[in-house]
Design a protein around this ligand. Structure first.
Ligand code: ZN
Length: 330
């Protein structure tokens, strides 16, 4: 999508009647602000600030706002200013400039991909979309990364590239098709990553009580007797476990790796890259060794940091983790 198409779409955005009414009442100038993004902040108190912008529940934000009849506050903010706040929330602003720039290009692409004239807002500032904390989340390094990549987006062919990233891949990024069972995407097929070894999650080990696993999978192991051991099942090409074997007195139940991680706890088991599962020294416990934090698909953020420290540019980084994509002006 070209920038002009985006502008047209925002200008012609089909606001819901409630929002449109509120827009007329509170912010008639909004419709002229065509390079902007609509962010649903939710219910709360919004007030204009004398120095510009507004506060929402006491936090300062750039841009303007409207209040819909149901009390939801929708902010309209220039895209680049929105990114000022998002980039430092998604990657520590103390990290090297090229890594922050790669993150900024990803964030911009993600936003433009999701802008939708069918809704009265484009984004929700939660983990589900991007973390948007307003002015207090900004930092000079984050602003520099956004300004240094102004208008740059990631494309594959004529379309925006699908943007995926996670904290640390543990040495091999994951194929999107293996992570989510979706159709393979050529630039999200997984690569060997030697750059994220500085992450505190590059390698990890955990002790987990068999009793807590048995409780989490009580229906799956019903009829097999007591849970005795846990073993890695099948792995995908990146090494992430597709299945985990729960070995009981009278047979084994095989559960999906994702299910195992979610039910035992995503903080207890940081990723599906579990390389060893064995009895722990403490009786009734197992010891799990693994690597990485998060789903591992797409950009490895710690890897981007490692590459940048080694002298790579944002373009080098995106080329490595999303091979075949190109950086273009939106
Ligand atoms: Zn990595």
């Amino acid at each position: 999508m070209r920038r002009s198409a985006f502008i047209t779409r925002v200008a012609a955005a089909a606001l819901s009647p409630a929002i449109a009414r509120a827009q007329d009442e509170f912010s008639p100038e909004m419709s002229t602000n065509v390079e902007s993004l609509r962010v649903l902040l939710g219910r709360g108190t919004a007030r204009p600030r004398p120095e510009g912008g507004f506060t929402f529940n006491g936090r300062p934000y750039r841009g303007t706002f409207i209040v819909s009849s149901d009390g939801s506050v929708v902010s309209t903010v220039p895209l680049e200013q929105y990114l000022y706040s998002v980039v430092p929330r998604e990657m520590p602003p103390s990290w090297p400039a090229a890594a922050l720039q790669a993150q900024a290009i990803c964030a911009r692409t993600y936003v433009l991909q999701r802008s939708s004239p069918r809704r009265s807002y484009d984004l929700v500032p939660s983990e589900a979309d991007q973390v948007y904390g307003g002015i207090l989340s900004e930092s000079p390094a984050g602003r520099a990364a956004v300004d240094g990549t102004a208008r740059q987006v990631l494309r594959f062919g004529d379309a925006f590239a699908q943007i995926e990233y996670s904290s640390c891949c543990g040495g091999h990024t994951e194929a999107s098709s293996d992570a989510w069972g979706s159709a393979p995407i050529s630039y999200l097929n997984g690569v060997v990553c030697p750059y994220c070894t500085a992450s505190p999650y590059y390698r990890w080990q955990r002790n987990v009580a068999l009793a807590s696993i048995a409780a989490a999978f009580s229906s799956e192991i019903a009829g097999y007797g007591s849970l005795r051991e846990v073993h890695p099942g099948a792995a995908d090409p990146s090494g992430r476990l597709r299945t985990v074997e729960l070995r009981c007195d009278r047979g084994s139940a095989f559960v999906k790796g994702t299910q195992f991680r979610m039910r035992v706890g995503p903080r207890v088991i940081p990723s599906l890259l579990m390389t060893k599962i064995e009895p722990a020294e403490a009786p009734g416990n197992i010891r799990i060794e693994g690597g990485g934090l998060g789903h591992g698909v797409g950009l490895c953020q710690w890897g981007a940091r490692g590459m940048a420290l080694g002298g790579a540019s944002s373009s080098n980084i995106l080329d490595f983790y999303l091979p075949g994509t190109t950086i273009a002006n939106d």
